[in-house]
Each structure stands twice: as C-alpha cells, then as structure tokens.
Design a protein around this ligand. Structure first.
Ligand code: DX5
Ligand code: ZN
Length: 219
C-alpha cells in the first residue's frame, strides 16, 4: 500500500487549522509542507513558524520539503519546529558535503530524504542512497502547485526502483507534482511508495473524500 501525503501549498492558509484537522480525520498518511525561498525556486511560500504551528495540531508525520539554498543552515530549526522528515534538494547541495548534511539530519532525529529535479539524472543520487530513508522524484519543476505531470517520471521511478532492488535497499520512493486520480495507480504499479498530492485535493468539493479515493487506488 502506498502512502498519501497531502501538500497544503494550494490550500487556504487562513484556514490552516481546519485543513490540518481535516487531514487528521482523513485517510491521509503524512502532511507535506513545501518551504520555498524565492532563490532555489522562483516562489516564496512559508518557513519555520508555519511548521511549528502545524505541529501543534497535526496528528500525522510532517514531511518538510525544503526548496531552499543552503538547507544545512536550517536543519536544527525545522527539526525543533517538528519536522519528522527533512527533504533537501540534491541540486541545492551538490557542491557541498552532502553525506555529512544527510548525517546531520539523521542525528537531529528526523528522517533524511533527498529530492531530485526532473532534469537531474537519477544515477547522480545513487552514492547517497544508504544515507537516506526516501528519494523524492519531482514530477514537475519545483516552485508551484497545479502543474502538469511529466510522463518521463515513470521511467525515472523504474530506474531508481531497479537500483534499490539490485542493492537490497528498502529506501522509499516519493513523487511530487501533478499527481491525480488518473495517474496514481500507474505510479503505484511502477514502485512509488509515497504520493504527494496538492491541488487535486484542495480544489475538490470534498477534500476528505478525494483523499479516500486516492488512497483506495493505491491499496
Ligand atoms: C511543487 C511542490 C508540490 C506541490 C504539489 O514545487 O513541491 O508539493 O504543492 O502540488 P500539485 O499536486 O498541485 O502538483
Ligand atoms: Zn513538495
């Protein structure tokens, strides 16, 4: 069974408490929080105070996706705010000692994850597989919700899955961007363990029912 991680990026922030309560009572498994700095990506979203506020009400693990430069500066801050997973971008760290940054995340008590953009070859993260609990394969270019799913993602998931099988790793595979009722079953069939879903849930008349529908397609 795959996990469903609603991304609140396109929800109404005036109602964040209600949104998180809705997620508490839904079939969702995690809450996905998109932190954007206007530098790594062309958009600015929210930061540590929102993660801290979300932690006070959520009953689900917080999956914090950092689309920021110099993520190593903020590991402690996001962990203290309540991040259960800290997801950093390979592209934000490639000139740095990525292994020690990932170790730092693990030492903080959070689960380390590595995100990879659609135009970065999958094999570039093979060296880091043993340092992480999850790889996030971006299925859109990061920055905005509501974008079209990039179909090449299926091949990228299969390539990564094959590498994990060959190396007997049970690292999770997550996909983020453009996930919908139409492609979620195929994503599960190629090996995706965690589905991030944003606008499809928050544009729906009933977000709770949409989460249940998505979950029923990956059981
Ligand atoms: C995009 C974000 C996603 C986004 C997904 O940069 O990382 O988490 O909110 O939203 P949808 O499902 O609308 O593509
Ligand atoms: Zn995300």
């Amino acid at each position: 069974m795959s996990l469903i991680a609603p991304s609140i990026l396109n929800s109404d922030f005036l109602e964040l408490g209600d949104t998180l309560e809705m997620i508490n009572h839904s079939d969702a498994d995690w809450v996905h929080l998109d932190v954007m700095d206007g530098s790594f990506v062309p958009n600015i979203s929210f930061g540590i105070p929102i993660v801290e506020a979300a932690k006070r009400i959520t009953k689900k693990p917080l999956d914090v996706h950092l689309m920021i430069v110099n993520p190593e500066k903020y590991i402690d801050g996001f962990r203290k705010a309540g991040a259960d997973l800290i997801n950093i971008h390979y592209e934000a760290c490639k000139e740095k000692d990525l292994k020690s940054i990932l170790r730092e995340i693990k030492d903080s008590g959070a689960r380390p994850a590595l995100a990879i953009n659609p135009d970065t070859p999958i094999k570039q993260i093979f060296d880091f597989a043993e340092y992480i609990d999850m790889v996030l394969i971006m299925s859109v270019f990061p920055g905005f919700g509501g974008q079209k799913f990039i179909a090449e993602t299926y091949n990228r998931v299969m390539e990564l899955k094959q590498f994990f099988i060959q190396n007997q790793l049970n690292t999770l595979i997550q996909v983020d961007g453009g996930v919908s009722l139409d492609n979620i079953s195929k994503l599960k069939s190629v090996g995706v363990d965690v589905m991030v879903v944003g606008s499809v849930i928050f544009k729906a008349e009933s977000p709770t029912k949409t989460i249940s529908k998505l979950k029923s397609l990956v059981r």
